[in-house]
Ligand binder design. Structure first.
Ligand SMILES: *Cc1c(COP(=O)(O)O)cnc(C)c1O
Length: 462
């Protein structure tokens, strides 16, 4: 084992050390990649050392430097060193985090992480936590708990009887809810096209007056999905105004805060998350702004019974431990599963409250710096109020062509240039470059060189 793992460590260190300097994305020929990495299934096994070296060599130019400091696509986040190291140990220990009896350590890691996250974000201590693959399954789990609780109010046991002949649940989202909210509702039998979508304001925030209007004639079971952190603008729905409206209607309020909810840690930005502590359920991604390796989502639920009933497996051979110890499977859709608590524990322990706070604040300040530098050019327009870590940039062409076409062209050139990587989006009918700053290792110099590269790709000088 030792030579194999030491070689693996060398390869890993080489990769990490290459990150600050390497091109972020490179064009890849997919069929060549399939041929060089793959080929035919070997009849006889190969030496593990050879397998590792072959894989490292053939993937080298096809890896994206997304854990690196100048990757601004989607909202990705890197891996803080302690979390990366503990991720290796998680694989090495190979614990099945399903039950307390299958890994007391994995149960404790999730329980400690649950307490620390609630403390960090100022949320009610009694909230239950499920450690999911990502925010998609966190949304799914939260909405399954909501479905349980809302139908129980009208004496319908949805886990036993399903949705056939069940009383209807009114489901309300914002017009700009994340796509995974709709995917979760679709998987839960709540449908996509029957959802009521509430109008948003100029920054993509749900309008409380429009919500109040939509609820005026609604009676019966109700689920409302708000969000903390719009994936385009970074704006937050006014949860402090939305929560009392939902409560007056006896509804369930879910807040998708995959990346934005982490802003609650910062005295400078926590005003954005005001009211989040009133939510019935909250989604977070540790693999985004906490900079834990994939896969690491988190669902927090206030009603433990609903959370548990929606997720429990109820199989006779599952020896449920006891009332004191945690069975991780009780709070997530899966049975056998990776011990996700260890990496969250490691990130929180190594950063501490002050480390998470400064990581979040640094990213926000860098987003503002990026916006300031880009907007010095007269033909650059920043489309959003930069309230968090997201910047939407639109480029005006020298003449003739449309801004949409020109911006799309700039996005392509930025991605090919390789200095940094950012994606495209269409926001309120406008094509835009979308920049998300969410990596612990990004420096001011990375922001400046990336801004220069973007301007150079757009206008040919900087
Ligand atoms: C990223 C994101 C999701 C989906 O998260 P995954 O971890 O990719 O499943 C959901 N909601 C919001 C607001 C997000 O930013």
């Amino acid at each position: 084992m030792k030579p194999l793992l030491q070689k693996t460590c060398d390869i890993a260190v080489d990769f990490l050390e290459s990150l600050p300097g390497r091109e972020v994305g490179r064009p890849v020929d997919y069929s060549t990649l399939l041929a060089t990495m793959g080929g035919n299934l070997p009849q006889n096994g190969e030496d593990p050392l050879h397998v590792i070296e072959h894989l490292a060599k053939t993937t080298a130019s096809a890896l994206v430097a997304s854990p690196g400091p100048r990757y601004f696509g989607f909202v990705i986040g890197g891996s803080v060193p302690a979390a990366l190291a503990v991720d290796w140990l998680t694989s090495t220990w190979d614990q099945n985090a399903v039950l307390f009896v299958s890994s007391p350590a994995a149960a404790a890691a999730e329980e400690i992480s649950r307490r620390w996250v609630l403390n960090l974000l100022g949320l009610p201590v009694e909230m239950t936590a499920g450690f999911t693959t990502g925010a998609t399954m966190a949304n799914f789990t939260a909405l399954a708990a909501a479905r349980h609780a809302m139908l129980k109010q009208v004496n319908w046991d949805v886990e036993e009887h399903g949705l056939f002949n069940a009383p209807e649940i009114a489901v309300i989202t914002s017009a700009e809810s994340h796509v995974t909210i709709f995917a979760s509702l679709q998987m839960l039998g709540l449908g996509r096209s029957r959802i009521i979508k509430i109008a948003t304001d100029g920054q993509g925030r749900m309008r409380p007056d429009a919500l109040r209007h939509a609820l005026a004639d609604l009676r019966g079971p109700l689920i409302v999905c708000a969000q903390a952190g719009n994936v385009n603008t970074g704006a937050f729905d006014p949860v402090d105004e939305i929560a009392p409206i939902v409560r007056d209607h006896g509804g369930w309020l879910h807040v998708d805060g995959a990346f934005g909810a982490w802003a609650a840690v910062s005295p400078r930005y926590c005003h954005l998350t005001r009211g989040m502590e009133l939510a019935d359920s909250i989604t977070l991604d540790s693999h985004k702004w906490l900079n834990v390796p994939y896969d690491s989502g988190l669902v927090l639920v206030r009603n433990a019974e609903a959370h548990h009933q929606a997720m429990t497996l109820n199989a006779p051979y599952y020896v449920v431990s006891n009332d004191v110890a945690r069975d991780n499977t009780d709070w997530v859709p899966e049975s056998s599963r990776r011990a996700r608590g260890f990496t969250v524990y490691a990130a929180l322990r190594s950063l501490g409250r002050s480390g998470v706070t400064s990581m979040v604040e640094r990213c926000c300040q860098f987003a503002q710096r990026m916006a300031d530098r880009l907007s010095q050019h007269p033909r650059v327009q920043i489309l959003n109020e930069v309230v968090l870590n997201q910047v939407l940039v639109r480029f005006q062409p020298p003449s003739g062509t449309s801004s949409d076409a020109f911006t799309a062209d700039v996005i392509r050139r930025v991605q090919e240039d390789g200095t940094c990587w950012a994606g495209g989006t269409t926001w309120h009918e406008m094509r835009a470059l979308r920049i998300a700053v969410s990596n612990w290792s990004t420096t001011e110099a990375d922001i400046d060189s990336s801004a220069d590269a973007i301007l150079r790709c757009a206008f040919g000088q900087c």
